[in-house]
Design a protein. Sequence first.
Length: 449
Amino acid sequence: MSTPKSRVMHRSLRATPPKAVGGEGVWLIAENGHRVLDASGGAAVSCLGHQHPRVLAAMEKQAAKLAYAHTGFFTSEPAEELAERLVGHEPGGLAYVYYVSGGSEAVEASIKIARQYFIERGEPQRAHFIARRQSYHGNTLGALAAGGNAWRREPYAPLLSGAFSHVTPAFAYHEKRDDESEAGFVGRLAAELEAEFQRLGPDKVAAFIAEPVVGATAGCVTAPEGYFRAVRDICNRHGALLILDEVMCGMGRTGTLHAWEQEGIAPDIQAIAKGLGGGYQPIGAMLTTRRVVDTIRDGSGAFQHGHTYLGHPMACAASLEVQKIIAEEHLLDRVKELGVRLERRLTERFGNHRHVGDIRGRGLFQAVELVADRATRKPFDPALKLHARIKTEAFARGLACYPMGGTVDGRIGDHVVLAPPYICSDGDIDMIVDRLGQAVDVALKSVGH
Ligand SMILES: Cc1ncc(COP(=O)(O)O)c(C=O)c1O
């Protein structure tokens, strides 16, 4: 095998991906001129598409004024203004922002502030976190320990903290029994969570952490009605915090700025990233309540955490402009409308497809799950790497989508996530589904189906 020329350690060490040299709205342009419709915003990042002139101008303006000032000495105008915009109106009681550089860091900060909050409240025994199987919370060791995806955890298992345990995900397609009602399924999951609190000792649990809509690892899985209200009640009853990881599903992706708005509950701590800056700058954030911040302020006085690039002025300026555009152009309404169209088109194309078992998601965050047999929901042999074949076939047809394997349990199952930009046209949605349809059929044919 020839060694690729690039010195960059790419995701595959055996192949160098094509060079992207330009972007234009929903399109990405490769060096050879190949134009690719960005139907997943990378990994649900590019909510405003590429090269948005207003965001570029805001970044230029900030760069000309002040590129960087360490938060150990200064705050900055964009950091303050962005915080006002995000939590000035205290949505769901979230009143403060802690800026970081990405999703994993946002999750790390969420876990650490939950722990510190309980130490400062005089409950230092609360050192356990309950999460869900098949969740993804990031790749740093703390976030990976929280995550419940078997394949991602496996090589690092000896390094992962035992402070995290995992319960069954609210993944109806695979976890709900055929003879069970939706309410019955929610009741069973709630009972399992309650039992996990009891097993650990309810006063030993700091927080429950979950993605309101599970993204990369299971493919846009929404929870059944009432699930998050049940979870919120259990946390409240035992004095534990609820951490919601909206790194992928948040910031408008599902049609409301926060995915939890559609669940009738709010978290104590929330992680956001991706759509926060739309990919224009690396930025993430942890949002939390007055109760959490005031407890620490009245105790030690400082969150015992930090990174060099916290609150980076360039990142905050880009993100501020992204959020202004989403609000001023009423893009959340557009996400809802486009989401309805996307679902309709996916249903038309794949509703009767013999190898598409489920079409699911919310807003511009939808996925199809591939199965060998619809009746039994039996997945394909993972050795076929069907998801990777779909990715390749889609890319060859000018479509970037986000297929992933391990849908069922981290090892078996295939799904494709779509997370197109909020600025898509109706025609873009149709083209996405059309190209995906072709890619899925060609990939299936290549494995003899
Ligand atoms: C739900 C969720 N949490 C955390 C992360 C980690 O974010 P990052 O890759 O920016 O570190 C991701 C990334 O895909 C995610 O989907």
